[in-house]
Every structure is written in C-alpha cells, then in structure tokens.
Design a protein around this ligand. Structure first.
Ligand SMILES: [Zn+2]
Length: 250
C-alpha cells in the first residue's frame, strides 16, 4: 500500500526487551490499542507467556512498515519463530486530510508528529474522515511459524511481539503511526526550538554621560517660580550636589 521502507526497530539479532514489570504492558492509548487489538484476551495463559518472552529478551529483529509488523521470537525450547502482525493501514488520503484538519488545531501538532499518543487525533479522524486510527481486533491478521500459529487468537510469540511493540510505542509514539500507514509529520524548524528563547541580544550602546542638570536644561524654563527664581534654576544646585555625591560614592 505504501512505498515507505520498513522501519527497523531493532537490528537483526538485537533484542527488543520490555523492562517494565507491571501487570499490563503498554500504558498510553496507542500502545493499548495495539496490544488489545492483537491480543484480545490479555489474561490468557498464552498472553502471560508472551509477556514473559517479551521481558526476557526473546523478541528480536523487529521491523515496522505501513500495515505490517514483523519480528522473530526465540521460544522456550530455543526454536526461532517468525511473527507477522498485519492490519490494513489508514488510507493515505484519509491521513493527508486528517493532517490538514489538525493544522487548524495547534494542540494536535504533537500528535500528527508522532510525539504524543493522542485520543483526540483518533476522534478527529473518525468524526471528520470516517476512519479509525485504532485497528479493530477482527481486522488484525496474526501469523507465526510455530505449531500453535494456526490458533485463531494470538500464540505466545505473537503476544510477545505485540507487547514488545506496545512498550516501544510508550517510548516512541510515532511507531504506532508508522504501523497505521500514517507518516509522522515533520515538525517545522521554527517549532523545534524553545518558543521562549529569543534571538541573541544586540550589543548595548555605550552609555553617554550627561553633565549634571542636563535634563533641566533640555526641559527649559518651567514657568513655576520658587522663592523668586524659576523651578529649573532652583533645582540646578540640587542636581549638581547629587551628581557629586554619586561621583564620590563610585
Ligand atoms: Zn507462535
């Protein structure tokens, strides 16, 4: 469907390990959508064995492309199995329209850039473009080369790959968009900088010292007479005294 080259998540032979040892794997909405669509019964014994495999580094050589996840799992007996998880990607046209709609909604920018797992982006896609960012479990095709691979649900190897990817999505949400065929939008260069950071300050102009009472001279006669003299003349000795004090103190 897409010309996108597969995104290599871990190189051949490198493991994708789940470090978190919580009850479930995958915390954010996109991670959860993938895990629950691929492993509909997360409390099953197969799912539990899949979690153990994902946590012990049994998943390796993982790639993600539009509509397809591929990975290899080393089973408890040491045999290696090839896993594939497929779901028809979001049509390119729908993603383009969704990105266009998101442009007028600045809070959605981090979502289309694949930086946050946004439920609002899925809502926008479903209400305005009638497509689902979250795949339905019935739309997901799972395959594994193990003897249990014909099982209608997820064998433990499929579960292991799904959990390893869900965990990776929590760290890198754009992986979910890639699987859904939604190329993450590149952030504009202007936004990659801290918006509160201004450019460099110009060099300060040298300070020109003015003679004492310069401001009085500039203002000229005040028209206010104090003790028979104009206020400006009355204040001049005060300015000179103040300037002298500042010079002494410097
Ligand atoms: Zn299997």
């Amino acid at each position: 469907m897409s010309a996108d080259r597969p995104h290599v998540l871990v190189e051949d032979g490198r493991s994708l390990v789940v470090e978190d040892d919580g009850e479930r794997i995958g915390a954010g909405p996109w991670a959860r959508w993938l895990a629950s669509a691929v492993v509909p019964d997360e409390s099953s014994a197969r799912a539990q064995r899949g979690r153990t495999l994902a946590r012990t580094g049994a998943v390796d050589s993982v790639t993600i492309s539009a509509g397809a996840i591929a990975g290899r799992v080393t089973g408890s007996t040491g045999n290696r199995y090839d896993v594939s998880i497929q779901a028809a990607p979001v049509p390119a046209r729908v993603w383009q329209d969704t990105v266009r709609s998101a442009r007028s909604r600045p809070p959605l920018a981090p979502a289309v850039e694949g930086r946050v797992q946004s439920v609002h982006l899925a809502h926008l896609m479903s209400t305005e473009h009638r497509a689902s960012l979250a795949p339905a479990a019935v739309e997901v095709r799972r395959s594994c080369t193990c003897p249990d691979g014909s099982f209608a649900g997820a064998c433990k190897h499929v579960a292991a790959v799904a959990f390893a990817i869900a965990d990776a999505i929590d760290r890198e949400p754009s992986l979910f968009l890639r699987w859904r065929g939604c190329s993450p939008v590149t952030a504009p260069a202007s936004r990659s900088r801290d918006p509160w950071e201004a450019g460099p300050l110009p060099e300060p102009r040298p300070i020109r010292s003015l003679p004492p009472g310069a401001v009085l001279k500039r203002l000229g006669r005040s028209g206010i007479r104090v003790a028979g003299v104009d206020l400006a003349d009355a204040l001049a000795p005060a300015y000179e005294a103040f300037a002298a004090t500042r010079a002494d103190g410097a």
